[in-house]
Design a protein around this ligand. Sequence first.
Ligand code: NA7
Length: 548
Amino acid sequence: MPDTMTRDAPRGSAGTSTYDAVIIGAGFSGMYQLHLLRDRLGLSVRVLEQGGGVGGTWYWNRYPGARCDSESHSYCFTFSPELYKEWEWTERYPGQPEIMRYMNWVADRLDLKRDIAFDTRVTAARYDDTANRWQVTTEAGERLNATYLITAVGCLSTANVPKIPGLEDFKGRWYHTGQWPHEGVDFTGMRVGQVGTGSTGIQAVPVIAEAAKHLTVFQRTANYSVPARNGPLDAEFKDWVRQNYEKIRATTQSTPNGHPFIIADRSTWDVTEEERAALYEAAWEKGGLQLRATFRDLLVDKAANDTAAEFLKAKIRSIVKDPDTAAKLADIDHPYAAKRPPIDSDYFETFNRDNVALVDVRANPIERITPDGIQLRDGTLHALDIIVFATGFDAMTGPLLLLNITGRDGLALKDAWAAGPRSYLGLQVAGFPNLFTITGPGSPSVLCNMPVCIEQHAEWIADCIAMLREKGVARMEPEPAAVDRWVEQVNAAANATLLPQAGHSWYLGANVPGKPRVFMPYAGGMARYREICDEVAGKGYEGFALSR
Ligand code: NA7
């Protein structure tokens, strides 16, 4: 029977609020999970959110040029046709302010905010073996306990600020793109240095260059990028989206990466060299992440991938006028899309501006930060007023480990994952009963258009909790053998692709010094993953230990 209690007057021991479920995070995943558990299952639920509002990653990532790389008509909730059709996106790729407007609109439409505690950081979560409940503590000392603990903390929410000596002595200001000030940053008249050329850095460069007196881009790893071709959506497209809701949803749910486009069913070698060049050219003109869907074998056959890589490198050389800068930008050491492929609005073109310079910090690494700027190993000092770190995140495991989670028999998650994350389906961890991790390591997560994998996880978890309550199951956690098998499957799926060949990728944890190098997301495709999860549930939650 549900241990139902009213939301307004939770019961419990002195000073402790008691709920059926506590959800950590109020981005896409926490919002939808709250809706499902509260409004469909009738549970008492509390969401704890560190930020001052809903939005998750978009609440924090307010840097110049912040925009989603998924097309707007697929970067949203699709569980409700009404919600889907009522909201109208204005651009092909939604910018951060528009996504925030959307998320607040959804939160208000579903009346979610009344069950979310904002400005509330979780400092610890401990499983109480005797009571079979999770005890959650917040920074303000608040204590909550719940039968189910669901992490909805996102994969990219723990900012990675590199430990460069001297940063504390810098006389200017510095910012990480993932913790951008809400009031914005005025670059007018400033000498700006930007460290990092991942998806974020590539979005920020053109916008900062427009505003700053001078921008120096510090590049450690050169990166591919394809033009986004962003622009306003016309009325005809908006109508098409409304009329094709089912079709769009079916496409995003049947493709490996959850995007609204189909990967071509042809090999790179099925066409002549001229045909291939024409297909790449058309994909370049169309813009966006779709270029990697030009051929089905681009991510599994290195020689096939080389054809796309060469096409993109030639594009860089043709756009960037200074041959030395062009050579540094095109000196890319990994297969195309083996790291997360960025898309851009005038990234390479920006290096043709007089106020922009590129510095190769692989050849001549950053030695230290002085009070005046960034100093390289050969002694060169780049004088700066502002440093922007577009240096990414302690991805996937970082946000979970920060929660300080302790499971059964006092087992800390950081110890359970000392050699890298181990989970079953990316949904549960052995030794942590009734803990569910939305888009956890071992699930497709960052290899998929996020709302698509989030909806699948939140629905699977809600169905699972409904089953637990119906059958009177008190505890659920994966069997160690099921975890072993899944970890093998995750490794095999990654090794069947070129993705592990980008040795410095955050998919492998390689961007954070000391982090175990384990390929974290499931690379077998979202559609296949969905089938596996459904099969597991259909076989009575095979691989999970259920106890009364
Ligand atoms: P990424 O993709 O991790 O990119 C971070 C960039 O910062 C990358 O170019 C790094 O070079 C560079 N970096 C990191 N640390 C340093 C140091 N110490 N010195 C110089 N350069 C450094 O993060 P993003 O924010 O761009 O994107 C993350 C995801 O957010 C993105 O994929 C989307 O899914 C949204 P490296 O390649 O490690 O040599």
